[in-house]
Design a protein around this ligand. Structure first.
Ligand code: BYC
Ligand code: FE
Ligand code: FE
Length: 476
């Protein structure tokens, strides 16, 4: 289905046919643009950036690349094609026709899911707003701004659902999306990780690796929804999400490569002296971002999640490919529990622990990239292995949060330890103030086409196969 770019709000949902909705969204649009100017990227709003824009929702060739000023980016509403005869594929309504309108009894729950998802999108833009000032290259600057405009579009994706299907409450929620802000004391963003700072580019790459990947898994679960417009919106968002995770994985990979080069050239303990980011520091950032992102999956046992599933609102990752009854009433699923000083796997009702199952899928995916990072180190002939921290490490949500651990702590390698041992070692496990200050001290903008900051290697290839010295952002 072609996207209509003649409209003030580009869309493939026949917006011009629905005058009320069109008017409501056109009234929200200036508020969004104000928010973008005030809370979006602090710099480069007047510069031309080599951005991709969606031109169709087909899996092939949806993107069009060109130099655009960010405020002129065509934020719009793009849903994946409607699947004829789609049904609700899990829960109590399994087998019924997928809903094209919100089922009255599930209105509150559905709205809550959409609001939680939508809230993260502008939050991440707010978190990253200062990073353009210290971009290690024009290539990286362009990637940051691409991610930012697309997260802005993801907000549009959820606001369309709120305006289109939830009437007045929906419009109010859409306003709130622009009023809560990341890290705001009075009106913070909803989920923990989205109130953390993203103060430097190592954090940005870790965030796009770990936190955008939560996005992938949550969106994939929502793409299974029996509420068809939500499913279709999420399916298209997932195609954009892939690039965000690419930025994270390759970003961290390039830091690793550069670090290895410095280790080989100058000696393994001379990395900081030579202005690089040592692997030990990298591991600490990894520990932090991984643990904060694990929290985003919610409690291991959640009646919310069980209800979302039974109601047919939010499925499992790859729901339709799973071979079971898609009801889960009698199924078991193993989850990790702490017993004394040990961890044991215990079976519990599969419906109750659905958050944990998604977290498992996520961890498996995270591990794949870590293996590829370790390959880079190995190919450089060096002996160091990055590892994901144990899932009970540094958690704030769920059974391993501090309150539930009752005075105990867990190390990154999964040992149950005392508070004293934690205090003594936490500086080796999580970035210290000094580590953060060091990483921040490296952040200086490099704006000459084809040049890169000393702490990061160039990418293997350019965006859209552009040459190495391509002017991804026109600074004059
Ligand atoms: N921080 O039953 P529980 C993305 C609250 S990322 C703070 O365990 P549930 C993106 C919870 O609200 C994807 N509070 O939770 C990435 C509940 O509160 P109430 C975002 C939290 O509901 C990068 C209570 O604790 N999408 O797209 O099963 C850049 C008990 O909770 C947190 C979604 O998250 C937390 N981390 O699961 C840009 C999908 N976790 O009821 C974008 C939609 C829980 O006591 N959201 N709480 O007031 C959901 O599916 C669920 O809300 C969650 C939580 C999985 C997040
Ligand atoms: Fe997003
Ligand atoms: Fe993203």
């Amino acid at each position: 289905m072609a996207i209509d770019y003649q409209e003030r709000i580009p869309n493939n949902v026949d917006l011009s046919e629905d005058r009320r909705l069109k008017r409501a969204l056109e009234a929200w649009q200036p508020n969004f643009l104000n928010w973008w100017q005030e809370m979006g990227p602090t710099q480069f709003q007047a510069n031309e950036v080599y951005l991709r824009t969606a031109i169709s929702v087909d899996s092939k060739g949806w993107a069009n690349f060109g130099h655009v000023k960010m405020p002129d980016y065509r934020w719009g509403i793009f849903l994946a094609e409607r699947e004829e005869g789609r049904t609700v594929n899990f829960g109590e309504h399994k087998g019924e026709a997928a809903w094209q309108e919100v089922p009255g009894e599930y209105r509150g729950n559905l709205r809550r899911l959409i609001v939680t998802q939508g809230d993260t999108e502008p939050a991440s833009v707010e978190q990253q707003r200062q990073l353009g000032l210290t971009a290690p290259s024009l290539y990286d600057l362009r990637n940051l701004l691409q991610v930012n405009v697309e997260e802005g579009r993801h907000l549009w994706a959820m606001v369309y659902l709120l305006h289109g299907f939830f009437g007045r409450d929906g419009r109010e929620e859409a306003e709130q999306m622009l009023q809560r802000h990341s890290g705001d004391v009075d009106k913070p963003r909803i989920l923990g990780a989205f109130n953390e700072e993203t103060p430097d580019w190592l954090s940005f790459f870790m965030f796009t690796y770990f936190t955008d990947r939560d996005g992938k898994y949550q969106l994939a679960s929502l793409a299974e929804s029996g509420f068809d417009p939500l499913s279709r919106t999420c399916r298209f968002m997932l195609t954009e999400e892939a690039h965000h995770m690419f930025v994270g994985e390759t970003g961290v990979g390039r830091v690793i490569l550069r670090t290895c080069e410095l280790m080989k050239e100058h000696g393994e303990d001379k990395v900081r002296e030579m202005g690089g980011i040592d692997l030990t520091t990298l591991q600490k950032y990894l520990n932090f971002h991984c643990s904060v992102s694990l929290d985003l999956f919610g409690s291991e046992r959640s009646t919310n999640a069980a209800n979302f599933y039974s109601m047919g609102l939010k499925g499992r990752y790859g729901e339709t490919k799973i071979d079971d009854d898609h009801l889960l009433g009698n199924d078991l699923y193993p989850i990790l529990e702490m017993e004394g000083d040990k961890f044991v796997l215990r079976e519990d009702n599969a419906l109750t622990v659905i958050n944990e199952r998604l977290r498992d899928d996520y961890v498996t995916d995270c591990e794949r990239g870590v293996r590829r990072w370790n390959q880079i180190i190995k190919r450089q002939g060096l002996d160091f292995e990055l590892k994901l921290p144990h899932r009970a490490f540094n958690r704030q949500i769920g059974s391993f949060n501090l309150e539930n651990l009752a005075g105990k702590r867990v190390s990154p390698d999964g040992r149950v330890i005392t508070e004293a041992e934690w205090t003594q070692n936490v500086g080796d496990w999580l970035p210290t103030d000094e580590d953060r200050a060091y990483v921040i001290s490296l952040m200086q903008s490099v704006t000459e086409p084809g040049k890169f900051a000393n702490w990061i290697a160039p990418p293997a290839r350019g965006i859209n196969n552009q040459p190495a010295d391509f002017e991804y952002v026109r600074l004059n």
